[in-house]
Design a protein around this ligand. Structure first.
Ligand SMILES: [Mn+2]
Length: 228
């Protein structure tokens, strides 16, 4: 069965058309009218090996908020639909591909892995278990600093905006509609572009691993509850 979904979402704030194929090649066509967000979603598709088409016409004349949030909702909904019953999936994903980085133990889908991005290190862990919950840590100190920016340039920079608010809005929206448990933590890092990019890459790796079929499960669900 092909794991794919189409989402059309229209409000007075945004119009979204999204096509997702989970078992893809990492190919994407992203048009959100926010270049930095396009960059993040393009590398998310690449590193999670999904195929993703996303066109959003949002009210960016207001600000980027509605576009980012509604794209998160639509992408989360697409994953929820495409995963279906979740039979046979690994369900849990850590922030790195343990099959590549841990070759001596190719059966292992467990372990702690991290996404480096130059001076940054980000940890991301996901569970597509049906219960929405976001844990978002490590940016509080920096968030306080940005409330009182030293210069106006900090306010204008899109990667800085993402680091201190919009990224969290995106991940919270994704969590709500995908009904997953997502933990993202910045362990350390400085440069805003690197921090946000590292978060999206870690998220991509975690999603890829969690969506992957575990042959030991066959067609059974990765739970003892009978439903996810
Ligand atoms: Mn970049």
């Amino acid at each position: 069965m092909i794991r794919e979904a189409k989402v059309v979402r229209e409000t007075k704030e945004t119009k979204i058309n999204l096509v997702l194929k989970i078992d893809g090649k990492g190919e994407s066509d992203i048009q959100t009218r926010i270049p930095f967000f396009d960059h993040m979603l393009t590398l998310f598709a690449k590193h999670s090996f999904i195929d993703l088409q996303l066109v959003c016409q949002g009210d960016i004349e207001v600000d980027a908020h509605h576009t980012v949030e509604d794209c998160g909702l639509s992408l989360g909904k697409a994953f929820f639909q495409a995963l279906g019953s979740k039979a046979g999936i690994s369900r849990y994903g850590t922030g790195f591909n343990s099959k590549i980085s841990n070759q001596f133990d190719s059966e292992s889908l467990r372990g702690e892995f991290y996404m480096p991005m130059d001076e940054c290190l980000i940890r991301c862990v996901i569970d597509f278990g049906g219960r929405p919950y976001l844990v978002y840590r490590g940016l509080d100190e920096k968030a306080l600093a940005i409330c009182r920016p030293k210069d106006d340039e900090l306010r204008q920079d899109m990667s800085t905006m993402f680091r201190f608010g919009l990224a969290k809005e995106f991940f919270q929206a994704f969590v709500n509609e995908a009904r997953c448990n997502l933990h993202i933590e910045l362990l350390y890092g400085e440069e805003p572009h690197h921090i946000v990019e590292g978060m999206f890459k870690a998220f991509a790796r975690a999603v890829d691993q969690a969506c992957r079929k575990d042959p030991r499960l066959g067609n059974s669900l990765p739970t003892t509850k009978g439903k996810l």
